[in-house]
Design a protein around this ligand. Structure first.
Ligand code: GLU
Length: 445
C-alpha cells in the first residue's frame, strides 16, 4: 500500500470502530489499489475512495413482532445503501443472530464492487437483521418479515433499492416481504425485490445462479491453465442455496463432490453427494445434514473438526465469512488443492488467502466468483421491467456469458496492473476503476 492509502485506511478504522469484517473487506481492496492510484491521480484529488468507503445512507430500525407464545420480541433491522452511481442499490438481506452493523457494511462494500464487476446497471447495498429464523414457525417468520417490511418499504423501490436474499432469506421470506410491500404500497412492483418465486415474478435459474456461477467462473479459471472440473475431487462447505447448486454444477461438469457441511458438522460421501437427497433434507424438510448421512449408505457425519481436512483437488467455500482460516489453508495446500473458488462472501481469512497465493493455488475471490447470484437478480429485474419471462436455457446461457465476462475482465485487469493470474487484484482494480470513473463523472455528490 502507498502511504496515502495507509493513511486513508486508518481513517476508515477510526470512523468505523469495532467493525472488524468491514475493516478486512476495505483493507483487501486497498491492498490492490496502489497501481491504480498512480495511474489516475484525479481519483485521489476528488476523494473517490473516501466516498466509496462511506455508505450513501445507513438505516437502522426496530423490528417488533409477536411470537407464537404471544410474547413481544424486538430485533434490529438494517439497510446500508452503499453506492448508487451505477444503478439502484442492489444486494441481499441476511437474517442471522450474528448480524450487526459491521456485517452489513462489509457485505454492502463487497456487494458494491461485485456488482460493478458484473458490468450490469446495479449499485451496491445490503441489509438484514439479527433475527434467527432457525426453529421458528412459518407464522413467526411471516410476522417478523411483515414487521421488517413495514419500515423497510419506505426506503426501497425498483429505481431506488432492490433487496434480495442472503443467509436466512430465501423464497419463503422474499414472499412474505413482497406481500407486505405490495399491501402497504398497493402496487404490484415486481422489480422491488429479487429472488421471488417462479409463479409471481421470479426468474428461472436465480435459485441456482450463485452456485452455478461460481463453478462457471472456476471452470474458466481452470481452462486458462489448460484444466477443467472433469474428474476432480471437490469439497463444498455449507449446504444452503449456494453450496447445493455449486455441487450440482460441479457434478454436471464431471467432478465428484465428496463433502458438504452445516453449523452442526460435515458429511463425507466418497461416492459423490446425492443431490436429490440433499435437496430433500435441506430445501423441503429444512433439516440438518446429519439426517442426510443417516439415510445414505456409505456416507458419514462428523460433528467436530474441519471440513477442510478432507483431501480434495478443488475447494468451494460456500458457507460464510472467515470460515477458512490459515490452518485450513495449510492443510488444503499440503493435501494438494489446485483451486479455491469462493461461493460465499469473504470465506477465506486474509492469512489463508496469502497461503493460497504463495503456493500458486488458483484462487477466485468471492466478489468475482459469486457474482452470478446478483447478476441473475439483474436478469430478474430485466424480465420484470419488460413483463417477460425467459426460458431456463436462455437464462443459464446469459449467466454463463456474464461469468465469462467477469473472468475476462479480472484476468485483463490483473495483467494491466502487473499481477498476472492474481484474480484478487484483477477483481478489485477492474471494479474500482468502473466505480471511480462513474463517481468522478457524476460530480461531488
Ligand atoms: N446475497 C447475494 C450476494 O451476496 C445476492 C444479492 C442479490 O441478488 O441482490 O451477492
Amino acid at each position: 500500500m502507498t502511504p496515502q492509502l495507509q493513511e486513508l485506511y486508518e481513517v476508515v478504522l477510526r470512523r468505523n470502530p469495532g467493525e472488524q469484517e468491514f475493516h478486512q473487506a476495505v483493507l483487501e481492496v486497498f491492498e490492490s489499489l496502489a497501481p491504480v492510484a498512480r495511474k489516475y491521480p484525479e481519483f485521489a484529488q476528488t476523494k473517490i475512495l473516501e466516498r466509496l468507503c462511506e455508505p450513501e445512507r445507513q438505516i437502522i430500525f426496530r423490528v417488533p413482532w409477536v411470537n407464537d407464545r404471544g410474547e413481544v420480541e424486538i430485533n434490529r433491522g438494517f439497510r446500508v445503501e452503499f453506492s448508487s452511481v451505477l444503478g439502484p442499490y442492489k444486494g441481499g438481506l441476511r437474517f442471522h443472530p450474528t448480524v450487526y452493523l459491521g456485517t452489513i457494511k462489509f457485505l454492502g462494500f463487497e456487494q458494491t464492487f461485485k456488482n460493478a464487476l458484473t458490468g450490469m446497471p446495479i449499485g451496491g447495498g445490503k441489509g438484514g437483521s439479527d433475527f434467527d429464523p432457525k426453529g421458528r414457525s412459518d407464522r413467526e417468520v411471516m410476522t417478523f418479515c411483515q414487521s421488517f417490511m413495514t419500515e423497510l418499504y419506505r426506503h426501497i423501490g425498483e429505481y431506488t433499492d432492490v433487496p434480495a436474499g442472503d443467509i436466512g432469506v430465501g423464497a419463503r421470506e422474499i414472499g412474505f416481504l413482497f406481500g407486505q410491500y405490495k399491501r402497504i404500497t398497493n402496487r404490484y412492483e415486481s422489480g422491488v425485490l429479487t429472488g421471488k418465486g417462479l409463479g409471481w415474478g421470479g426468474s428461472l435459474v436465480r435459485k441456482e445462479a450463485t452456485g452455478y456461477g461460481a463453478v462457471f467462473f472456476g471452470d474458466e479459471m481452470l481452462h486458462a491453465r489448460g484444466d477443467s472440473f472433469d474428474g476432480k475431487r471437490v469439497v463444498v462447505s455449507g449446504s444452503g442455496n449456494v453450496a447445493i447448486y455449486a455441487a450440482e454444477k460441479a457434478q454436471q461438469l464431471g467432478a465428484t463432490v465428496v463433502a458438504c457441511s452445516d453449523s452442526g458438522g460435515y458429511v463425507v460421501d466418497d461416492a459423490g453427494l446425492d443431490l436429490d437427497l440433499l435437496k430433500a433434507v435441506k430445501e423441503v424438510e429444512r433439516g440438518r445434514i446429519s439426517s442426510y448421512a443417516d439415510r445414505r449408505a456409505g456416507a458419514s457425519f462428523v460433528a467436530d473438526g474441519s471440513i477442510w481436512n478432507i483431501e480434495c483437488d478443488i475447494a468451494l467455500p460456500c458457507a460464510t465469512e472467515n470460515e477458512l482460516d490459515d490452518q485450513a489453508a495449510i492443510t488444503l495446500v499440503k493435501n494438494g488443492v489446485q483451486a479455491v473458488v469462493e461461493g460465499a462472501n469473504m470465506p477465506s481469512t486474509p492469512a489463508a488467502t496469502r497461503i493460497f497465493l504463495d503456493a500458486d493455488v488458483l484462487f477466485a475471490p468471492g466478489k468475482a466468483a459469486n457474482a452470478g447470484g446478483v447478476a441473475t437478480s439483474a436478469l430478474e429485474m430485466q424480465q420484470n421491467a419488460s413483463r417477460d419471462r425467459w426460458t431456463h436455457e436462455y437464462t443459464e446461457e446469459r449467466l454463463a456469458g456474464i461469468m465469462r465476462g467477469i473472468h475476462e475482465r479480472c484476468a485483463a485487469s490483473a495483467d494491466e496492473y502487473g499481477a498476472p493470474g492474481n484474480y484478487i487484484v484483477g477483481a478489485n482494480t477492474s471494479s474500482f476503476v468502473q466505480l471511480a470513473e462513474a463517481t468522478f463523472a457524476l460530480g461531488v455528490i
